[in-house]
Design a binder for this molecule. Structure first.
Ligand SMILES: Cc1ncc(COP(=O)(O)O)c(C=O)c1O
Length: 432
């Protein structure tokens, strides 16, 4: 029965029932953590055989490069081609770094801050613009927002919908304000909703009129091959769309094998237009004499190509799909189907997260109650710039790391807390 249509007496009875469930769980003194999207130990195990591959043939790559030594600032050519295939570009348009794409995003924003986006004198360093701004689709990834917050951008939230951000709003913002320097995006199996941007949205991003000639899209394709069902969703390539629209340097695509092999020891890469690659390399070559090529070599030898990655990701899906299914089963048992008056949730086909929405104003209270019962979720607000969700309704669930039974318990406790907090609101309204 819908809590919103219950009488005062029914609500009081339901509250007592949910409180009793809560107390039973609390007495178990559980310590459950659903905060960060990390692969579980059994997923990490899938890539352990890769560690044998680095020194095959003495660490010399097929192109004859001695991966044990310095050099190749843009990365091993074989690794550039490999990451290029994953990100949908030629190897020449890829720079392979070390283990973290977030690190490459941070460095790229810093480079643009200090030097502008190209060698051209009219591309001024971003730091000179005191009113610099960045568009942040919400809900979104807290670590993206933190980078541009730390570097002094004003963060502009734009609503994310199932087929991408509100494009009418974005077009309006970028058309009139030359201080809007860029935007964040996770285009496929987005963090935290799992949404996939439509090709139409991608075309509009590529061709929109921007007041800032140095506007850049930071396209974090972190989950490009992270499907839960049969195969990864097909999606138009943003760089191709930008080239077709006459803005070949507008997009910078980022990706990594963090959740393909090892988050601590994968390969990260960025892809961009010819001019941007040349420009970034001129900066990176002052920063390093080259990345960890032995790691790049073992990745290429182990995974081989996109087909090899897709086969490997099927093994990941076999491990994590049951975890996503467990969340769905508990939600359905407790609430039926997603609904805006009690709890809404996404049903992703890939990625690492499920995004829930409580009624406005209830997310923080719900998570505080979960915490009292020993279950931690990502802090309320962290899906939004400055960690402030003005609706106080978004909650991110990360079901990949815990064991299945822990997930069931954590999500059941979450549902109990959603109900308690909502019933208390409804009862207070009855009193009022
Ligand atoms: C959208 C997104 N981008 C980047 C990362 C981190 O990537 P990396 O390990 O390559 O730094 C994460 C990790 O959760 C993520 O969700």
């Amino acid at each position: 029965m819908d809590l919103n249509t219950m009488s005062r007496e029914e609500l009081a009875a339901e509250l007592a029932k949910q409180r009793a469930r809560f107390e039973r769980y609390k007495a178990q003194e559980l310590r459950l953590d659903m905060t960060r999207g990390k692969p579980g130990p059994d997923q990490l195990k899938l890539s352990e055989p890769m560690l044998e591959y680095g020194m095959v043939e003495g660490g010399i790559s097929d192109s004859g490069i001695d991966c044990r030594n310095y050099g190749q600032v843009a990365g091993l050519p074989e690794a550039r081609a490999f990451m290029g295939e994953l990100l949908g570009v030629k190897g020449d348009n890829v720079i392979c770094g070390n283990n973290s794409s977030l690190n490459m995003m941070y460095d790229t924003v810093c480079t643009f801050m200090l030097h502008g986006v190209s060698e051209r004198p009219e591309d001024r360093p971003w730091f000179e613009d005191k009113a610099r701004k960045f568009i942040c689709p919400v809900p979104g990834y807290d670590r993206h927002f933190a980078i541009t917050e730390q570097l002094g951008f004003q963060l502009i939230p734009v609503e994310l919908r199932p087929d991408g951000p509100d494009m009418d709003e974005i077009e309006k913002i970028v058309r009139s304000d030359s201080s809007v320097k860029g935007m964040w995006s996770v285009p496929k199996y987005q963090n935290p909703t799992g949404y996939v941007y439509s090709d139409e949205c991608i075309r509009r991003l590529a061709k929109m009129e921007c007041a800032a000639a140095d506007f850049r899209i930071f396209w974090d394709d972190a989950y490009t091959v992270h499907f839960l069902n049969e195969e990864p969703a097909e999606q138009l390539n943003l760089i191709d769309a930008c080239v077709a629209a006459g803005h070949p340097e507008r997009a910078i695509i980022f990706g990594s094998t963090s959740k393909i092999t090892f988050p601590g020891a994968g390969i990260a890469a960025l892809a961009a237009g010819d001019e941007t690659i040349k420009f970034l390399l001129s900066r990176i070559s002052k920063q390093t004499i080259g990345p960890d090529k032995l790691n790049q070599l073992r990745h290429v030898r182990f995974l081989k190509d996109k087909a090899g990655v897709v086969a490997h990701m099927k093994l990941h899906a076999e491990i994590i799909k049951p975890k996503f299914d467990a969340v769905e089963e508990v939600f359905e048992a407790e609430f039926g189907s997603p609904n805006e008056t009690v709890l809404d949730w996404t049903r992703p086909e890939g990625g690492y997260f499920i995004c829930c929405r409580t009624q406005n104003g209830l997310a923080a209270a719900t998570l505080a109650l979960c915490n009292e019962c020993g279950v931690k979720f990502t802090l309320a607000g962290s899906t939004h710039p400055y960690r402030k969700d003005p609706t106080d309704s978004y909650i991110r669930l990360a079901p990949t790391f815990p064991e299945l039974e822990q997930i069931r318990a954590a999500v059941e406790i979450f549902c109990i807390c959603v109900k308690i907090v909502l019933i208390e609101r409804l009862l207070a309204r009855c009193e009022g």
